[in-house]
Design a protein around this ligand. Structure first.
Ligand SMILES: *[C@@H]1O[C@H](CO)[C@@H](O)[C@H](O)[C@H]1NC(C)=O
Ligand SMILES: *[C@@H]1O[C@H](CO)[C@@H](O)[C@H](O)[C@H]1NC(C)=O
Ligand SMILES: *[C@@H]1O[C@H](CO)[C@@H](O)[C@H](O)[C@H]1NC(C)=O
Ligand SMILES: *[C@@H]1O[C@H](CO)[C@@H](O)[C@H](O)[C@H]1NC(C)=O
Length: 492
């Protein structure tokens, strides 16, 4: 464990805490959007979105080209001892250059850092070589002006003071106070389109994305920096929502994060195998959230109604692949940890770095500790095993469960479940039916997607980023490769 990892972990905590504050703010703010594409943010979860929703009609036109499916190589791992961050590699521009973007179900727009960014680091997460996008270097880059329909839509009307040919600006503010500021551009995004069983071919489509000119806070920290963020949230501004509102694609996607080997699968489209049970998404919630009805530790149910909580026994629970750990209200956290350690009376708990509750233990954690099961509405359950919720840290084992420590605020009713809980499961987001579901799954194996146009079913499996792209130190490459699959379905 390096000290840089420690500092990253601590930032994760700070951001997540602020994120739970921003949850209520955003929940009452009906114009929030959710991101589109791939989501797993450890550092960016809970961002408070400052953009109003946008239904980019003009970009939709181009995005329709994306409809046959995409296979996007991802890197990263959700295990906290490896910092926990999933990212995709995408090609942008003509000629295309490669960019690493964090996949984030917790946000709604795509942006990458641009040539104007002076404070952007050259190397980022895991030593990735970062690239600033230069619109002038790309033949296919087009400006998006403040007079465009797109800009009017994201601003909720005509932009005041808009001068001819002036850019459409954005500000994306995050829960921890960091931000990205820039302007929108349109350019070609290159991707691997799904063309058969475990087969892809290169394809491209135009998208509108933010060109980041300034950034602050953790976004610029070289430990964590990437080229940008690909938001896969549920608001109308997200790419998946834009596509769906054009009536051309199924608003469904799925991820399978391999917590053991790193990598996994990320697919947009109609997953027909594995089958998953699902639970309704909470409608007024900008994040992907569902109600937890019961939590069981071993054979013991926790009392969920210990704090004043208007919704009775239900617990609003956010599912965010962009978060690494899992955050619980104080009362739930305490009773859960008590229950988990009950079978090991000799255990001495201690706090490391003021953040992690840890202990020394030798032996099989799955034999020594109970599993934790969350029961959602509609009989959907989610079981988290000790080897998932415990992580190795400085010769100790620490709980991935975190106390959000904010029980004095009404927002603490919210549980936030990140990769720790979601890994080794196929998680299916169905925005058409407004449900989320999952099933335990081997993320090194394949899934099946149905092409809505032809009706054919294709196998989609994990791939590896070719090691020729030796921008990633090789020791990470081995374990960090994920395949991200965008399987965009045309309805017509
Ligand atoms: C995008 O796709 C079109 C047609 O599929 C192709 O002619 C063009 O060269 C591609 N552009 C890039 C930058 O890959
Ligand atoms: C998002 O778009 C859908 C379909 O166009 C629409 O029904 C819905 O009201 C929009 N949501 C918001 C928050 O505007
Ligand atoms: C969505 O709901 C409709 C109507 O209940 C159902 O027919 C359809 O199968 C559902 N889609 C999925 C992917 O479950
Ligand atoms: C997961 O799937 C891969 C590929 O099919 C296989 O090699 C591996 O043994 C499986 N792992 C488990 C635990 O079944």
């Amino acid at each position: 464990m390096t000290s840089s990892s420690i500092s990253i972990l601590s930032k994760i905590i700070i951001i997540l805490i602020s994120s739970s504050v921003s949850i209520t703010i955003t929940a009452t703010d009906d114009d929030n959007f959710r991101g589109a594409v791939f989501g797993v943010n450890s550092k960016f979860s809970g961002k408070e979105r400052s953009l109003s929703l946008f239904k980019a009609h003009d970009s939709l036109r181009h995005l329709q080209i994306l409809a046959s499916g995409v296979d996007l190589p991802l890197g990263g791992t959700g295990r906290p001892d490896a910092v926990g961050l999933y990212y995709a590699r995408i090609g942008i521009g003509t000629p295309p250059k490669e960019y690493y973007v964090q996949v984030d179900t917790g946000s709604d727009i795509m942006w990458i850092n641009c040539i104007q960014c002076r404070e952007c680091p050259k190397r980022g997460y895991h030593g990735l070589e970062l690239t600033l996008y230069d619109p002038e270097d790309s033949f296919t880059s087009k400006p998006v002006t403040c007079a465009s329909e797109f800009c009017a839509e994201i601003n909720g009307g005509a932009v005041t003071g808009c001068k001819p040919n002036a850019s459409c600006l954005y500000t994306e503010t995050y829960g921890d106070g960091s931000y990205s500021i820039g302007y929108f551009v349109m350019d070609i995004v290159q991707y691997d389109s799904v063309s058969g069983d475990l087969e892809t071919k290169l394809a491209n489509g135009s998208v509108i994305f933010g060109c980041g000119a300034r950034q602050s806070g953790n976004l610029g920290s070289s430990d964590e920096a990437l080229d940008g963020i690909l938001g896969f949230g549920k608001s109308n501004s997200s790419i998946i929502s834009q596509l769906a509102s054009s009536g051309k694609v199924k608003q469904m996607f799925a991820h399978c994060l391999d917590g053991d080997n790193g990598g996994g699968i990320f697919a947009i489209g109609h997953v027909v195998q594995p089958k998953v049970n699902s639970t309704p998404l909470i409608q007024d919630e900008p994040h992907y959230a569902a109600n937890v009805m019961r939590i069981e530790v071993g054979a013991q149910f926790l009392n969920l109604s210990t704090s004043t909580n208007a919704s009775g026994d239900k617990r609003r629970t956010i599912i965010d692949s962009g978060t690494t750990l899992a955050y619980l209200p104080d009362a739930i956290y305490k009773s859960m940890v008590n229950e988990i350690v009950a079978a090991q009376p000799d255990l001495r708990l201690r706090t490391l770095h003021d953040q992690y509750t840890c202990f020394e233990f030798s032996g099989s954690v799955d034999d020594g500790f109970p599993a934790v099961t969350f029961y959602f509405e509609n009989s959907l359950s989610l079981t988290v095993y000790p080897h998932d919720y415990l992580f190795a840290f400085e010769d100790s084992l620490c709980f991935g469960w975190q106390n959000n420590g904010l029980d004095s605020l009404s927002t603490t009713d919210t549980i936030l479940l990140g990769d720790l809980v979601l890994s080794n499961k196929l998680v299916l987001y169905d925005l058409e039916n407004q449900t989320i579901g999952w099933t335990e799954y081997n993320c090194s194996s394949t899934i099946k997607l149905r092409d809505e146009i032809t009706g054919s079913v294709h196998l989609v499996g994990p791939h590896s980023i070719p090691s020729g792209g030796s921008r990633i130190p090789s020791r990470y490459l081995i374990s960090l490769l994920i395949t991200v699959l965008l399987y965009l379905m045309m309805i017509s």
